[in-house]
Design a binder for this molecule. Sequence first.
Ligand SMILES: Nc1nc2c(ncn2[C@@H]2O[C@H](COP(=O)(O)OP(=O)(O)O)[C@@H](O)[C@H]2O)c(=O)[nH]1
Ligand SMILES: [Mg+2]
Length: 196
Amino acid sequence: MSFINYANREINCKIVYCGPGLSGKTTNITQIYRSANPNLRGKLLTLNTEMDRTLFFDFLPLELGKVAGFNMRFHLYTVPGQVFYEASRRLILKGADGVVFVADSRQDRMDANYEAIRDLKETLKEYGFSFPDLPYALQLNKRDLEEVHTTDHLARELKIGDERVFEAVATENKGVRETLTEVAREVLRKLREEMR
Ligand SMILES: Nc1nc2c(ncn2[C@@H]2O[C@H](COP(=O)(O)OP(=O)(O)O)[C@@H](O)[C@H]2O)c(=O)[nH]1
Ligand SMILES: [Mg+2]
């Protein structure tokens, strides 16, 4: 699970943002980056592929508290949503401590949502993750747009288990922090149990 650095007394946790292409994963990460304390965050890095990019950075959200005297350092990753990046998506999901699924609320993106969820489930299963053990949250993004499905419908269609569901408008930084905080808290809760 999480990588413990005894030298600087930090526990490193990896949280991966999944979802279909253009659902708002990069926007989520960029918003978190902007609002993180510049002294407690690393650089925002990108791994460019031909058409999409993986984005990542790490930070220490002090408000989340410590676990057994260790500070928590979160490493946030987005994965490419497009089908043809399946290999890199799988690689990034490996070793995840928590996952956020960013769904696109628009009606005409439903097929893309279904496909991304199906792919996520498959990958997680392959890696031996199981629900409800994996810290996970479902974010319904783009709530500001017209022609979106109701949140009830989206939750019914896209929920994997009993995960928390968050409405978001990532471009306005709404629901972004809430989603991450929930997954981070679950990661912490799980760690505390494991370290007891
Ligand atoms: N209207 C609206 N646009 C959004 C929202 N979130 C992201 N976008 C836009 O959707 C596009 C794709 O977002 P991006 O974060 O790059 O998606 P990614 O492919 O999942 O990383 C960009 O033009 C964003 O500005 C939102 O909540 N509302
Ligand atoms: Mg992106």
